[in-house]
Design a protein around this ligand. Structure first.
Ligand SMILES: *[C@@H]1O[C@H](CO)[C@@H](O)[C@H](O)[C@H]1NC(C)=O
Ligand SMILES: *[C@@H]1O[C@H](CO)[C@@H](O)[C@H](O)[C@H]1NC(C)=O
Ligand SMILES: *[C@@H]1O[C@H](CO)[C@@H](O)[C@H](O)[C@H]1NC(C)=O
Ligand SMILES: *[C@@H]1O[C@H](CO)[C@@H](O)[C@H](O)[C@H]1NC(C)=O
Ligand SMILES: *[C@@H]1O[C@H](CO)[C@@H](O)[C@H](O)[C@H]1NC(C)=O
Length: 781
């Protein structure tokens, strides 16, 4: 028997590895010996595979979304985002290609737009585009050259700005009765009035990682709130036996498809409960995950397979395995159920060994691929789980399965310009599509499987301390990366660099450190690796130095002085405007009196007084008077036209659903004012139309597209948006610095994990100087 060992590392990465290494299941011994050089050769194969596909995309398809790998042309699929390039950005960094990353980022910033008139999937846009941009933003800072021009990094960058814009375009989808989002949104116009309120479960519950990260980086909590609210609503609709269905009405909260399983339409909801709990220190999400997992084991699982069952009773409706379900062992590994994950993966591996690839559907009873669902679109879920399992167990079985997949893809899917979807896993026929997740996920996970020293696998023995532009101290690039469901890694440490929430937490951390009772516990963490601050300066040129307090302080003082000067300038500008306004009125008065044959020179008199009062400002006053005269003349002209218009006879017109704001049709301000008058005084009264200031009916205009869409984001600070999750859930510092596993179990976590790391950051914040001596945070219980 191997002693149970619980290790409290800085990083989640290492915790996953250490979480449970009691006896491994009976694996077939792998037939290849994975010596370092064999591992290297597979890593190189994956790298070549990635570049073949990536260059094929750039050469033949960019700026369209995807490459068609057989005909070697491009196509837009998910929304004209240059999707494959955005999805591939962070893979370039994982593979260490900073030059190409820099080039690709400038291409993305140049081409990507957030306001195309295109209907997009809220879910896909979030995980691929928002997720891809956030991750590229976060990882870029590891290399000094890449962020040198990005002011405000890591709380700001052009990539982050674009991610925010994209997320803002998705926000109107969350403006529903329940807070669960619509499935589709038009980037330019919002949610169509005929949009179906039916969304799949994953489409409701897969936002927290991206949106929470955005909130922490921008300091605007609205994104995290909408994601939590949607999760909350979903949780409240689970069945009495703890299952969720497949599709739900986001306005009424009624389930419309009640099949329950862990695959298509549901999968990443569970994944985000577990990952969200880690990333944002929300134990109640982990509790929800475990509750779901328990119900799934009880009702959905039959042996090592997962079926589709009715959510109310748990009776089997469909005995199939979907290749999407293969993410499950990876997630189980993350939460510490490594043995169970291994058993499930071994079962799945039978399917890979049989066909080379997992088919979309595999019928568990007759052991055949689903008839029309025998394709393999180069999906990542299987290799994703292999990566987690290998990190946790170091069992070469997982390398061998990965190697088999690489060889199968090479031999069956490779085309002259990319890699093709396998149309039928039995025949290995191919079809003309290469989804962007091949570049974002499949190649990345395969590469990481065969690159054990990649920075992504960091155990937290190296990190960087940064005083951010928000004057917060945080520890970044220390490992524990959490992947979103499109394999875009998020650095948990960076979440503490920018937000108000982080600031508050750090203050709490400082206070608790000063209370003294934490010193003892911290004492235990002094053991272990000496490398923590190695590379802090020098050595590795690529690591950026963030110790910039002094410069920042000077800049902020300079900025303060500038702001004050601006204010003075603004005030005097306001005063001048007032004077000009009075002058204009004086000219108008003169004009009106002169039209009546009377003499009047109030304007001249006023100027004389002004000259006398401000003898040193004659030139400015003269200019002011010139401007006043121009404005007066324009107004006079307008008034003259109005006189004329009042005489025009108005035709009988009927105009319905054709309101457009005038400023969209008419450039001239003068003409707009005139037209508004015409409508206000003539058209509307004659047709008994209630007058709305602003839009006017423009004759023979076709209906506006905008009128068919709702483009309001939800207002997240109303009563309706209060979620118990918003505030009460954050585990307190002491809870995670406890002595043993039990204290942590209490919060629904099975292993000690990221929250400990995060909370330690806060201690670090209070102990910045002392920590430099201590060097490392690591202990074993
Ligand atoms: C980076 O990517 C570019 C474009 O594919 C390629 O030409 C270059 O050789 C790559 N560099 C490295 C170091 O892999
Ligand atoms: C978006 O969807 C709406 C509603 O189905 C449709 O009327 C509109 O034409 C679509 N727009 C585009 C660009 O496809
Ligand atoms: C930054 O934080 C330090 C210590 O927490 C504080 O002394 C300093 O005034 C802060 N500077 C700014 C610009 O907020
Ligand atoms: C750290 O531990 C040592 C003994 O292991 C103890 O003597 C010392 O007081 C502790 N330091 C603090 C700050 O608690
Ligand atoms: C006007 O300017 C003169 C000389 O430049 C100066 O002596 C005087 O004080 C100024 N007057 C006012 C009212 O600012």
């Amino acid at each position: 028997m191997i002693t149970r060992k619980a290790i409290f590392f800085l990083a989640l990465a290492s915790i996953i590895q250490a979480s449970d290494d009691s006896e491994a299941p009976d694996n077939k011994k792998s037939s290849i010996r994975f010596t370092p050089s064999v591992i290297d050769s597979y890593r190189e194969k994956v790298q070549k595979m990635f570049y073949h596909a990536y260059n094929g995309y750039l050469d033949h398809a960019f700026p369209l979304d995807e490459l068609k790998p057989i005909t070697c042309v491009g196509q837009d699929t998910w929304g004209s985002f240059s999707l494959s390039l955005i999805d591939a950005l962070d893979t370039l960094l994982v593979m260490g290609n900073t030059t190409e990353f820099r080039r690709a980022v400038s291409l993305v910033l140049e081409k990507a737009r957030d306001d195309a008139n295109v209907n997009v999937s809220v879910f896909e846009t979030n995980i691929r585009v928002v997720g891809g941009l956030i991750s590229a933003h976060m990882l870029a800072g590891r290399h000094k050259d890449l962020v040198v021009d990005w002011e405000g990094y890591p709380c700001d960058s052009p990539l982050l700005k674009l991610a925010v814009k994209m997320a803002d375009r998705l926000m109107p989808a969350f403006n529903t009765e329940t807070g669960m989002p619509y499935g589709t949104v038009n980037l330019k116009y919002g949610v169509h009035k005929d949009e179906t309120p039916i969304t799949c479960t994953a489409g409701v519950g897969t936002f927290l990682i991206e949106f929470g990260t955005l909130s922490r980086l921008t300091g605007d909590d609205k994104y995290e709130k909408v994601a939590l609210k949607a999760l909350d609503a979903l949780w409240s609709t689970r069945s009495p036996i703890g299952l969720v269905g497949n599709h739900i009405n986001v306005q009424t909260g009624q389930w419309t498809a009640t099949d329950s399983g862990i695959g298509a339409g549901v999968d990443s909801y569970f994944e985000y409960l577990a990952k969200g709990a880690y990333l944002f220190r929300r134990p109640s999400l982990m509790k929800q995950f475990h509750e779901h997992a328990t119900s799934i084991n009880k009702h959905v699982r039959k042996g090592e397979w997962f079926m589709w069952v009715s959510m109310a009773k748990g009776s089997v409706s469909l005995p199939i395995f979907q290749s999407l379900e293969a993410f499950w062992p990876g997630t189980l590994t993350m939460v510490g159920d490594v043995q169970d994950a291994s058993r499930i993966m071994l079962t799945y591996s039978e399917v890979i060994r049989k066909y080379g690839f997992p088919p979309e559907f595999y019928n568990i009873h007759n052991e055949e691929p689903g008839e029309k669902r025998a394709a393999f679109p180069l999906r990542p879920e299987m290799v994703e789980s292999l990566m987690y399992l290998y990190r946790a167990t170091k069992d070469e079985t997982w390398l061998e399965l990965g190697a088999e997949m690489i060889d199968a893809i090479e031999s069956s899917a490779r085309t002259k310009c990319g890699y093709a979807t396998i149309n039928n896993v039995k025949e290995h026929s191919i079809e003309d599509r290469m989804e962007s997740f091949f570049l974002a996920e499949t190649t990345k996970y395969l590469y990481l499987l065969f690159d054990p020293t990649n920075f992504i696998h960091s155990k937290g023995d190296q990190a960087r301390i940064l005083t951010s532009p928000k004057n917060l101290t945080c520890v970044i690039y220390g490992g524990g990366y959490i992947f979103n469901t499109e394999a875009h890694p998020v650095d948990p440490g960076m979440l503490d660099c920018c937000s108000v929430q982080a600031k508050r937490d750090q203050e709490v951390g400082v206070k608790q450190v000063n209370n003294g009772d934490e010193h003892e516990k911290m004492n235990r963490t002094e053991k272990g690796g000496e490398k923590y601050f190695e590379n802090q300066y020098g050595k590795n040129e690529n690591l950026i130095e963030f110790e910039v307090d002094e410069k920042l302080k000077k800049e902020s003082e300079k900025r303060k002085i500038e702001l004050e000067a601006e204010k003075v300038k603004e005030n005097s500008h306001k005063a001048m405007l007032k004077v000009r306004e009075i002058l204009v009125r004086a000219h108008q008065k003169d004009e009106a009196m002169q039209r009546n044959g009377e003499t009047s020179d109030s304007a001249r008199k006023l100027m004389d007084q002004l000259y006398k009062a401000y003898p040193n400002h004659t030139a400015e006053l003269e200019n002011l008077n010139k401007e006043a005269i121009i404005e007066f003349e324009e107004l006079q002209h307008l008034e003259d036209i109005r006189e004329l218009v009042r005489e025009i006879p108005i035709p009988e017109v009927f105009c319905e659903k054709c309101c457009v704001p005038l400023h969209e049709i008419v450039d001239s301000v003068v003409l707009r004012v005139l037209m508004a008058d015409v409508y206000e005084y003539h058209f509307y009264p004659t047709r008994k139309t209630k007058f709305l200031h602003g839009p006017v009916c423009w004759l023979e205009e076709t209906p506006r597209i905008e009128d068919d869409y709702k483009n309001e984001p939800p207002s997240v600070n109303t009563e309706k948006w209060n979620s118990p999750l918003f505030t009460s859930d954050q585990a307190s510092l002491n809870d995670f610095i406890g002595d043993d596993l039990e204290t942590v179990r209490k919060f629904g976590f099975k292993t000690l994990l990221a929250p400990g790391y995060k909370k330690l950051d806060k201690l670090i914040a209070g102990q910045n100087i002392a920590l430099r001596r201590k060097k490392s945070w690591y202990y074993e219980v």
